[in-house]
Design a protein around this ligand. Structure first.
Ligand code: GAR
Length: 214
């Protein structure tokens, strides 16, 4: 394949989802390439993973900006300069402002460690265990201005075991996140390469429909 979709990945920490995407992009026929990794924290394992893979990295420390909008404006500038088409949030623990999200319509993907719409936000595994659910999982979705509420691209489920702790459940879910993210990005990037319009209406989204067959 000669043409690939240019992707920037935003991280805040360990970057195992980033690693899954880096690994997926190695396949010659994978339709996406990671052109930039941005972390809002310095010295993260994720940045180390990107450097090891030879990917351009930037640290944009949010504590250096006086407002969310200022930080987001800088992010948007860097992303535009990278000429990326898609932005993948992979453990990026910052809420993006509405103006940022509106600048990147249908272009930001996020992986969340629960079966949305259940347990949006943080401490998902703790809350899933407290609620006593027997199934949990992860969700890959497009990002809209409302937190963890954008159109769902795909989901993967895992059982919740009686003796689970937040950590054991998180590890089980994380393994599924890696597979789901690589598959979902492949599907979205292929749609872009095929010039197919991705509808933002979740129920009508061609992407969601295809991914329901996972
Ligand atoms: C992942 O479980 C991801 O779903 C979660 O942070 C972890 C990052 O792991 N993201 C969120 O909770 C975002 N709301 P990683 O850095 O190893 O990919």
């Amino acid at each position: 394949m000669s043409k690939k979709v240019r992707v920037a990945v935003l991280i805040s920490g360990n970057g195992t989802n980033l690693q899954a995407l880096i690994d997926a992009c190695i396949a010659p026929n994978y339709p996406a390439e990671i052109v930039l990794v941005i972390s809002n924290k310095a010295n993260t394992k994720g940045i180390e993973r990107a450097r090891k893979a030879g990917i351009t990295t930037r640290v944009v420390d949010h504590t250096n900006y006086s407002s969310r909008e200022e930080f987001d404006t800088e992010l948007s500038k860097i992303l535009s300069n990278s000429q990326c088409t898609l932005v993948c949030l992979a453990g990026f623990m910052r809420i993006l402002s509405e103006s940022f999200v509106n600048k990147w319509p249908n272009s930001i993907l996020n992986i969340h460690p629960s079966l949305l719409p259940s347990f949006p936000g943080t401490k998902t595994h703790e809350r899933a265990l407290e609620a006593g659910v027997k199934v949990s999982g992860c969700t890959l979705h497009f990002v809209t201005a409302e937190l963890d509420a954008g159109p769902i691209i795909g989901q993967a489920a895992v059982p919740v075991l009686d003796n689970d702790t937040p950590k054991t459940l998180a590890n089980r879910v994380l393994k599924e996140e890696h597979k789901l993210y690589a598959l979902g990005l492949e599907l979205v990037a292929n749609k872009i390469l095929q010039n197919k319009k991705i509808a933002l209406n979740s129920e009508k989204s061609t992407v969601s429909k295809s991914l329901l067959n996972f």
